[in-house]
Design a protein around this ligand. Structure first.
Ligand code: F6P
Length: 319
């Protein structure tokens, strides 16, 4: 392996920069040149790139976002755009690609792999919706950000004896809501994996009130219901003033948590190691045993197992 390319694709996630830094520095240390592709697969189609050196990745490990830029590229998924991307890879002399992103990005990477480009993926998304790996890059930072907001909103909830519905991101995956619910002591979480029952939510709030609770925090995952509608229903059923907040893009940015910097660095180096050993079609992940790899097509096919235990525990602990 003489030259590899690296790109970040899909929604940006804290820790992506740590992974880029590791790819570049680990590569250069092993005499591999690294080309950075700007704006995800769009940059591959357009040939938008920069030759990376040690200084290109200086002072970025602690920064949110991605220095390479990111995009969701339609053109790359179409035949003309894809052929342009392949021509650019050849022209640039790229012998392997590291793709950092979420499930859409993994599918793009699979297209490259099938066309003969050696590709290794790193899971980078706040959603934690790639079930082959225990955690994705950015998930812990997003959780920390959510918890900071939950705590602020709880102060106001207690001061005014209100209920508050807080909508968090996650696309079709309830992990941010579920883990923020457990770690933030929420009264209830509403997630896409479990159909909610408004009577159950309202009863839970009333139970808390009966034993003197001054606040009620309901964490709602996007994709599980409408924040405005749910808060109106709660207010109607409980008679308690209920407000809602949608945290939105505040969850995507910000300095990466220590964990995301660590696994970003480890996964970046591991991806380069795999490519340098002529391994291909791989997804890097983390589990109880540390960093591991599995075949990309198998990783994409792993189905989500709902974390029933965490859900039940969140309910039990919020009685
Ligand atoms: O995948 C990350 C994510 O932030 C999701 O949680 C959310 O549904 C989506 O991206 C928003 O996408 P966009 O950046 O295209 O608005």
């Amino acid at each position: 392996m003489r030259k590899l390319g690296v790109l970040t694709s899909g929604g940006d996630a804290p820790g992506m920069n740590a992974a880029i830094r590791a790819v570049v520095r680990y590569g250069i240390y092993h005499n591999i040149n690294v080309v950075g592709i700007r704006n995800g697969f769009e940059g591959l189609v357009e040939g938008d790139h920069l030759e990376m050196n040690l200084s290109s990745v200086a002072d970025i490990i602690h920064r949110g976002g991605t220095i390479l830029g990111s995009a969701r590229s339609k053109e790359f998924m179409e035949e003309d755009g894809f052929q342009k991307a392949l021509r650019n890879i050849k022209y640039l002399g790229i012998e392997g690609m590291v793709v950092i992103g979420g499930n859409g990005s993994f599918k793009g990477a699979m297209k490259l792999e099938k066309a003969g480009v050696s590709t290794v993926c790193i899971p980078g998304t706040i959603d934690n919706d790639l079930p082959y790996t225990r955690y994705t890059l950015g998930f812990f930072t997003a959780l920390t950000t959510v918890l900071e907001s939950v705590e602020k909103i709880r102060d106001t909830s207690s001061s005014h004896n209100r209920s508050n519905v807080i909508e968090v991101m996650g696309r079709d995956c309830g992990d941010i809501a579920l883990y923020a619910g457990l770690a933030g002591g929420a009264e209830m979480v509403i997630i896409p994996e479990i159909e909610y029952n408004i009577d159950e939510v309202s009863d839970k709030i009333m139970q808390g009130r009966t034993r003197g609770k001054k606040h009620s925090i309901i964490i709602l995952a996007e994709g599980a219901g409408d924040a405005k509608e749910i808060s109106e229903q709660i207010e109607k059923k409980t008679g308690i003033i209920t407000r809602y907040s949608i945290l939105g893009y505040t969850q995507r940015g910000g300095a990466p948590a220590a964990y995301d910097r660590l696994i970003g660095s480890q996964m970046g180096a591991y991806a380069v190691k795999l490519l340098s050993e002529n391994q291909r079609n791989k997804a890097v992940g983390i589990n109880g045993g540390g960093i591991f790899e599995m075949n990309l097509d198998e990783a994409i096919a792993v189905e989500k197992k709902f974390d029933e235990r965490t859900y039940e525990l969140t309910k039990i602990l919020s009685i």
